[in-house]
Design a protein around this ligand. Structure first.
Ligand code: ADP
Length: 421
């Protein structure tokens, strides 16, 4: 193993595993802190998918350090801490506390911080994160159910989360290339900075910052930063690149879409699927809370739909409706309740012969994969930027597309199936 990665959520992990696969690294993604029996031998990179974005920081730190331990013992020469391209976090963490713990663990001098992913229109300029055409705090992320982002200045956001000092490597430096970035990082480290938010508005910037971090013990960022890392190993003669596949074979079986993301992109995908006539079931969290609706009811409904088409089960809703549910049930309780219900539905349907699943939402994906008992996956073809098909490594042949809420084109739920055979 060359690169050991720790991602703070499941879809983010997949996005990263895809990035590494596309750039020539044989990559396996494992769910949760790896144990002694986790299949991490014989690959170039391992991505550990944690669910550590919104749990208590102490727990996120513990899981991350335990994962780091296993990755380093497995031979990892560099660690990568992956978070969301919208820097999903609160003032309590968990990006700052986890990055800090990992940096201390590997004895790193300074670590890059860059969530940019220009292909998905996430860019960083003068430390400010943009989502599409607007600063993060004006984007739909300001209304995220769990991590509302109300400040776009990442130096400020991260500094509120860590005791270590946070600096900036601005666009004017980044645009000059890898050597200039490397020198700026070294200067920042000498000046007492331990983290450096680094601007990027194009893939070239990401590749160059990856090259600049070749000798860093820890790199942090969105999956974009990982673009430059495989070449570092290839240049050192450590990596022989492999070509990724274009289609993925799946076990025979029915297709299911489960959506717990309330992001604007996902709500659009739900509307497009309904408009295309895909049978859909909208889960009302209050009905679940009051015991009027159970996963078994939803699964029975799904099983009755024509087998020739996918079935959509979703709780995705408008911000005002989500707020109303949260006022009634509490923010975290509402989230957990919906995640449990969707996961139980998915499990019931896999038992009924569904083998091809799209899951929308990071937390939702974590809950579904946990319920299905999928421990490790391999990466298949990319459906839209950052979202591949994946296949469980346990012999059941289950294929899963785990989609971060914000990702994917409007027709994602319709076209994804074409890449399976
Ligand atoms: P994303 O990738 O868009 O952030 P997630 O699945 O990570 O999506 O997060 C969405 C959260 O919102 C989950 O905890 C989910 O259970 C919760 N949720 C989904 N639908 C509703 C709803 N209708 N009301 C309240 N919370 C909801």
């Amino acid at each position: 193993m060359l690169l050991g990665c720790i991602a703070d959520d499941l879809t983010g992990a997949t996005d990263l595993a895809l990035m590494l696969t596309r750039h020539g690294m044989r990559t396996v993604q494992v769910m949760g802190v790896p144990g002694a029996d986790t299949p991490i031998d014989g690959v170039d990179a391992v991505v550990v998918a944690l669910k550590s974005r919104t749990n208590p920081a102490e727990e996120a730190i513990r899981w991350s350090l335990e994962s780091a331990e296993t990755l380093l013992a497995g031979g990892a020469r560099q660690l990568f801490f992956k978070y969301c391209s919208t820097f999903d976090s609160t003032d309590r963490g968990n990006i700052g506390p986890v990055a800090e713990a990992l940096l201390e663990k590997v004895g790193g001098e300074i670590a890059l911080v860059c969530p940019a992913f220009p292909a998905n229109r996430r860019t960083v300029y003068l430390g400010h994160l943009f989502a599409g055409d607007v600063p993060l705090d004006e984007s739909p992320m300001k209304d995220h159910p769990l991590t509302p982002m109300r400040d776009s200045n990442l130096v400020r956001v991260l500094q509120r989360q860590t005791r270590l000092r946070v600096g900036l490597v601005p666009y004017s430096v980044v645009d000059q290339g890898a050597d200039a970035i490397r020198a700026a990082l070294a200067r920042a480290a000498t000046g007492g900075m331990r983290f450096a938010v680094t601007d990027a508005v194009s893939d070239r910037h990401l590749v160059n910052m990856g090259a600049a971090a070749t000798d860093h013990a820890l790199v942090t960022g969105g999956s974009g930063v990982a673009m430059g890392l495989p070449d570092n190993f290839a240049r050192k003669g450590l990596l022989k690149k492999t070509e990724p596949g274009w289609r993925m074979s799946a076990a025979k079986g029915r297709a299911l879409i489960v959506s717990g993301s309330c992001s604007e992109a996902t709500r659009g995908q739900v509307r497009a699927a309904e408009a295309a006539g895909i049978p859909s079931f909208k889960v009302d969290p209050l009905a679940v809370a009051q015991g009027r609706l159970a996963a078994t009811d939803i699964a029975s409904w799904a099983a009755r739909q024509p087998a020739s088409r996918p079935v959509l089960v979703y709780s995705s809703d408008e911000p005002a409706n989500v707020r109303a549910v949260q006022t009634e049930l509490g923010r975290e309780a509402a989230g957990a309740l919906v995640e449990r219900e969707l996961a139980a539905t998915a499990m019931a349907l896999v038992e009924k012969g569904f083998t091809r699943l799209i899951v929308a939402g990071g937390e939702t994906s974590g809950a579904v994969v946990g319920a299905l008992g999928v421990r490790a996956i391999e990466i298949g073809p990319e459906i839209d930027p950052g979202v591949p098909w994946t296949r469980g490594l346990d012999g059941r042949g289950l294929v899963l597309a785990l989609k971060s809420g914000n990702f994917g084109a409007p027709d994602f739920f319709l076209k994804a199936w074409d890449l399976l055979e």
